[in-house]
Design a protein around this ligand. Structure first.
Ligand code: BTN
Length: 288
């Protein structure tokens, strides 16, 4: 116990020391497997192959990728209290301090390669928003393709990675980061928010709610495709009808955001015509 607390302190975890001994600061609620399972809908719980919680890892996506290389299959879930090399989209890093937020990855296997996965990361965004909204937070929205916004500021994101055959049997690693109680001095280079103000919410409840939405989505996505989730995505669309700027490699395009297509591309009205843009390297900024 003593050794464990010392280790946690070395990792930057707030420890309270007094005459009675050492304890974790009350703001830190550790992830708990029973807590998460209790917060999940039974049909989603049955889709879990394994739920692994680790204290510290480079990236939960890397851990799941390595596990899939050993044992293929769907439903392996990994959560970490801390990531030392958390990754974001577009080669960015993902700030991942101990015990504060949610760092979650799920492995799933599909037939049909990259083609069947079109729009999956957007649909995952819908699942996360549904979970957050289901816990009573109203002002949650999506910025294309899958940034989770709270009152207009980034609160979460999705990083999808793929292994296996790009046109056949492949494994997807769905990585989700949600800011729950980010330290105020966190070095994040864009406006951000977290869920610390949400009454009654805990990391275990939120994780259970996210997994409850996510597991059936991952199971059904191959047969349904993004088309099934498009309308729900639009309901969370933060920029519909607004002027936005897309950065596509070196090209910059501005226009009015009309919506998303059945395969998850973003559709912009520019100079009197509509054009769809898709691909992992595109970033979007609202201009209003
Ligand atoms: C983004 O840039 O918006 C995507 C962020 C994804 C972060 C999550 S945290 C769990 C998983 N492991 C990682 O290294 N990244 C994802």
């Amino acid at each position: 116990m003593w050794k464990h607390l010392n280790q946690l302190e070395e990792w930057g975890v707030p420890i309270v020391k007094n005459r009675q001994g050492y304890r974790l600061h009350e703001d830190v609620e550790l992830l708990s497997k029973p807590g998460i399972l209790a917060a999940m809908a039974p049909h989603s719980r049955r889709m879990l192959k394994e739920l692994l919680i680790v204290d510290r890892v480079d990236s939960t996506n890397t851990l799941v990728r390595n596990r899939l290389a050993e044992t293929a299959g769907s439903g392996f879930v990994c959560l970490a209290e801390q990531q030392t090399q958390g990754r974001g989209r577009l080669g960015r890093s993902w700030v991942s301090p101990f015990g504060r937020n949610i760092y979650l990855s799920v492995g799933w296997e599909y037939e049909g390669g990259a083609a069947v996965l079109e729009g999956l990361s957007l649909a995952v965004g819908v699942a996360i928003c549904d979970a957050i909204k289901g816990l009573g937070v109203v002002d949650v929205a999506l910025k294309w393709p899958n940034d989770i916004l709270l009152e207009g500021r980034k609160t979460g994101g999705v990083l999808l990675e793929m292994t296996g055959d790009p046109v056949g049997r492949c494994q997807v690693i769905v990585g989700i980061g949600i800011n729950f109680a980010m330290p105020p001095d966190a070095e994040i280079d864009q406006p951000w928010a977290d869920l610390s103000g949400a009454a009654g919410m805990t990391r275990n409840l939120l994780t259970g709610a996210v997994l409850s939405e996510l597991m059936p989505l991952l199971r059904d996505f191959q047969s349904r495709g993004f088309r099934h989730y498009r309308e729900a995505w639009e309901r969370f669309n933060a920029h519909r009808g607004q002027r936005v700027r897309l950065t596509v490699g070196r090209e910059v395009v501005e226009g009015i955001l009309c919506g998303v297509s059945d395969n998850g591309a973003v559709v912009l009205q520019t100079e009197g015509r509509q054009r769809a843009y898709s691909g992992g390297e595109i970033s979007l900024r609202g201009l209003e």
